[in-house]
Design a protein around this ligand. Sequence first.
Ligand code: HEC
Length: 189
Amino acid sequence: MLAAIALTTLLAAAPPSSPAAVPIAEAPAAWAPAVAKAQESGRSFQKALQARLGAALAQGGPPAAIEVCATDAPRIAAEAGKAAGVKLGRTSDRLRSGANAPPGWTRASLQAAAGRKGADVQPLAVDLGSNLGVLLPITVGSACLGCHGPAASLQPKVKEALAARYPADRAVGYAEGDFRGFLWVEVAK
Ligand code: HEC
């Protein structure tokens, strides 16, 4: 008990490992154009990814869509980022793909949001010097459960496809409304 208190005090006193994040709603006015650009590029990435995922699901069901997702999600992120002159991606505290590992500046915010409801997590801005980091929360919806829902409820073929491609998958067991991760954007200030 005492040891636990001592450890908690120590951790609380430790310097933050990432720059401080502020809710977008409270960010300095000078950041507004960069924030708007980040939100806009985030929206176009989400739209393109959803369209691709929707088409793949309609065509071959979840097992085929897993293959599409694995190759196309990173490509779509790179394209959306390039078109807008920003860097962006998706990350999570419970990763499926190691390719989506969190950039250092997102880690403290991810830790703080882990296990919460998506609606309880605010969009955040992080001062990265000449760049602004923007974190937009991603919430689990019903359309996500076929691939991110409780393991027992996944189609056997989905389980197989996930196990083959992502042996260290931590992104199952979610319920609708859960915080799933962040869409992160790095944009020039
Ligand atoms: C057809 C199966 C499938 C569906 C449906 C699906 N995902 Fe995924 N998801 C994947 C796969 C495969 C990956 C890993 C490849 C990638 O996208 O980077 C992934 C990765 C992610 C990531 C990146 C972090 C990580 O763990 O690697 C997030 C965030 C995410 N999904 C959120 C969602 C949300 C939110 C929905 C619903 C709107 C959803 N997914 C629907 C299969 C799916």
